[in-house]
Ligand binder design. Sequence first.
Ligand SMILES: NC(=O)c1ccc[n+]([C@@H]2O[C@H](COP(=O)([O-])OP(=O)(O)OC[C@H]3O[C@@H](n4cnc5c(N)ncnc54)[C@H](O)[C@@H]3O)[C@@H](O)[C@H]2O)c1
Length: 319
Amino acid sequence: MGKMKVFVADSIAKEGVEEFGRFKDIELVVKTGLAPNDLAAALGDSVGLVVRSATKATREIIQAGTTLKVIGRAGAGVDNIDVPAATEKGILVLNTPGGNAEGAGELAIAMMFALARQIPQANASMKAGTWDKKTYAGGVELFGKTLGLIGIGFVGSVVAARAVGLGMKVVAYDPYVSKDKAKSLGITMGSLDDVFKAADFISIHAPKNDETKGLINANAFQKMKKGVYLVNCARGGIVVEKDLIAALDGGQVKAAGVDVYDKEPCEDWSLAKHPKVVATPHIGASTNESQVNVSIMIAKQMGAYLTKGEVVNAVNKVK
Ligand SMILES: NC(=O)c1ccc[n+]([C@@H]2O[C@H](COP(=O)([O-])OP(=O)(O)OC[C@H]3O[C@@H](n4cnc5c(N)ncnc54)[C@H](O)[C@@H]3O)[C@@H](O)[C@H]2O)c1
């Protein structure tokens, strides 16, 4: 019998490739950056497909992979995978919860500092040869401020712990975790409105789903403190981009740190280019450490499933 082919559609860390190499029955095919049609044609008799976030495992791709048994997402969010389409075909979908939490969490903390002191704007001004102390005065300190977290899973918990260390008060909204979790993090929990009302900084760490799509909209901004700082390093679409722009223009939101967008790469650049926005191109999980973690995790999990039928970190259930 030939080896089982696992198709790697987005580049993964070499440590993950090495981990796959420990499974003698598995052969990796690494072809990244393919257009959807080319990917569909290239899958051939692959039994596994590995994606990060660039590749969209759509219904069409999944149907083209007639021999697929497992799709592995080297990361947390699976919104780039049509999970129902995979389930219908009996294809298991795995992700790597927590593997990139430190990377994503630290970016959210970095965003808060960047917003509080306008570091990117001040740096750009210095690079332009301008000594403009006046514009960049009026910074605020994180110490003593209230941070509102929406979602305290793996990433939200990292942010909570770091923020507590910085002397922030943290209040979190997460309908699916117990108060004990908040207690162990040294933070309090409240309703979404409690978070809106209390927070000087708000950072979003919920998944994108039907419940959270458009959650942060004009109505939500009205409930927040005037001059709130907003960070979204979770997923585009949770924040309504045009409503955020209006809230920035009107001063309801003082500044925003944004890593994720409605369309990636951006098609409408008005949010990313907004002067009150510190924008990054979806790099939350793009630390060396996080990429090594998630690539090793996905290789171990996919290898265990393909060779022994062991299921770890599945996001669906198949027969
Ligand atoms: N920017 C990046 O590169 C990057 C990197 C890692 C994760 N992420 C994103 O960050 C988010 C969090 O990732 P994670 O690994 O912590 O996931 P996770 O599943 O561990 O945590 C998500 C948390 O959100 C909570 N939640 C679910 N619905 C909610 C709702 N309606 N309101 C409030 N909370 C809700 C869940 O109960 C859970 O505790 C996801 O959207 C993920 O895709 C982005």
